[in-house]
Write a new protein. Structure first.
Length: 491
């Protein structure tokens, strides 16, 4: 019995001794491992993507330094082109700091049992040095900065076409701002970043874009102007002004304001006047006797008021509408024609034959012998094409040395008209050459009365000589007589 108790006691002692030994061994192992991890990183430790498990600070720094030595900086343009700059080209190298040792110190080495598994990733602000001048130089040498590569941005603008104007879209191009790219690259490399994505902010842009307000407004205005059509009721066939001609007048200024070249507008108005003004024109006239005479002068005919027409035209061009109207006239004729505007209702005076004819709608309504201005006393009646200005009953004709009362007076030139001449017993023949009037057209009273009754104000008057004459009287000058000669100037 005693032996059994002694054996049990011995076994217990041995167990305790073994247990203590094992416990001491485990504690020694634990503290030794903890001591190891005081100088080494736990398994699974990753610094900036670099696995440094079971490495010392020095070993980890060497590993990180190696990764830094392999640094590649990538620049990507907005067109997707990629350019790479390697670390050695810019003297890129690791600069040791305290971050790695700080991580090791903070990893709680006595908790190595619980921290021996799983990834432990750390992002370091790795200090690195590089040559900024070399980085700037490398960037400037990239293909995207070379002249053959660069496509400069193009401004949007208005282009003239056959039919008007069109908007040419702006072109972005690919021209980078070197200084800005270099600045962004330095900032990225300073932060240890491996890539720089270039955005629109570092590209030169067109100064005038396609949606520029002034540009689009100018185009809208031009299109409105070019849709304007003026249909002139003038001449025999009319005249049309449309966008094809208006386009030639448009000026697009540097600020995209739209103006008209008024000199060209003036030229167009002059064209209208030259084509359709008939005032003073020489016309070929078929006489009652059947022959043809050429007669100009006088004050009859179409006359465009150029200033008023220009002002109205400039106002209407901006409407974008179709407008039908006559030009602005300050004088009109009976018939709208560039060649023969007299019509078929008129008075014909054949001074040479001393006879007058009144036609109404092509039919002879009245004719009469007359006595006209005294040629020998330089009072020849004015020749030319005129119109009846006014009619007056019971008029007194007053001159330098005479005063004559007449019953019917129908004026067509300056102080010159048809009237009755009760003091004459005969008319026609060659009386006018030596005993003619002071310039008026003398008629028998009954003929003057009849003419007065049927004659309308505005009726054309065609007066002509069949032989050359020289008219020098003041009324011939003022009346723009066809045969007026200015003796004082030798004309």
């Amino acid at each position: 019995m005693g032996k059994q108790k002694s054996a049990a006691k011995s076994a217990l002692v041995i167990f305790v001794i073994v247990f203590c030994f094992l416990l001491i061994a485990l504690l020694v192992c634990y503290f030794c491992t903890a001591s190891y991890y005081a100088k080494h990183f736990f398994p699974g430790t990753v610094l900036n993507g670099v696995a440094v498990d079971k490495m010392t600070v020095e070993e980890a720094e060497d590993k990180v330094a190696q990764e830094v030595a392999d640094y590649i900086f990538t620049i990507t343009t907005r067109d997707g082109e990629r350019y790479q700059i390697i670390g050695p080209d810019i003297d890129y190298e690791y600069v040791p700091g305290t971050e790695i040792s700080d991580i090791l110190e903070g990893q709680e080495n006595y908790k190595w049992l619980s921290n021996r598994k799983g990834a432990k990733e750390f992002d370091l602000e790795v200090s690195a040095a590089y040559n900024e001048q070399k980085l700037d130089q490398k960037i400037s040498e990239l293909d995207c900065f070379q002249p053959d590569y660069i496509v400069k941005p193009q401004n949007a603008y208005l282009r003239e076409t056959e039919n008007g104007y069109e908007l040419v879209e702006a072109e972005a191009g690919n021209q980078l701002k070197l200084a800005k790219v270099q600045k962004l690259a330095r900032e990225a490399v300073d932060m240890g970043e491996g890539e720089l994505q270039l955005t629109d902010k570092v590209y030169k842009e067109p100064k005038v874009k396609s949606d520029d307000f002034h540009l689009t407004e100018a185009l809208a205005n031009i299109n409105s102007y070019l849709h304007t059509t003026i249909k002139y009721d003038v001449g025999e066939n009319g005249e049309v002004l449309d966008g094809s001609r208006i386009k030639e007048w448009i000026t697009v200024n540097d600020d995209y304001s739209v103006t008209f070249d008024e000199s060209k507008v003036t030229s167009y108005i002059q064209y209208l006047a030259s084509k359709y003004n008939t005032y003073g024109d020489v016309r070929e006239f078929k006489t009652t006797l059947g022959d043809k005479v050429k007669i100009g002068g006088g004050d009859y005919g179409w006359v465009i008021d150029k200033e008023k027409e220009k002002a109205q035209l400039l106002s209407e061009i901006q409407s974008g509408e179709t407008i039908e109207r006559e030009p602005v006239f300050n004088q009109t004729a009976v018939v709208k024609s560039e060649t023969y505007d007299i019509g078929n209702t008129y008075i014909e005076i054949d001074y040479t034959n001393q006879h007058m004819y009144y036609y109404e709608k092509g039919k002879l309504k009245l004719d009469s012998d007359v006595v006209t201005g005294n040629i020998s006393r330089h009072n020849g009646s004015p020749d030319g094409i005129y119109k009846i200005v006014y009619k007056q009953r019971d008029a007194t004709l007053i001159g330098e040395n005479y005063a004559s009362d007449v019953d019917y007076f129908m004026v067509f030139a300056y102080n010159v008209g048809f009237h009755d001449a009760s003091w004459r017993n005969e008319f026609g023949k060659d009386i006018y050459k030596t005993s003619g009037s002071h310039g008026c057209i003398n008629m028998p009273r009954e003929k003057a009365e009849e003419l007065y009754q049927i004659l309308q104000v505005g009726t054309p008057v065609i007066a002509y000589y069949r032989e050359p004459v020289e008219l020098t009287a003041e009324n011939a000058k003022i009346s723009n007589a066809y045969s007026y000669v200015n003796k004082e100037n030798g004309q």
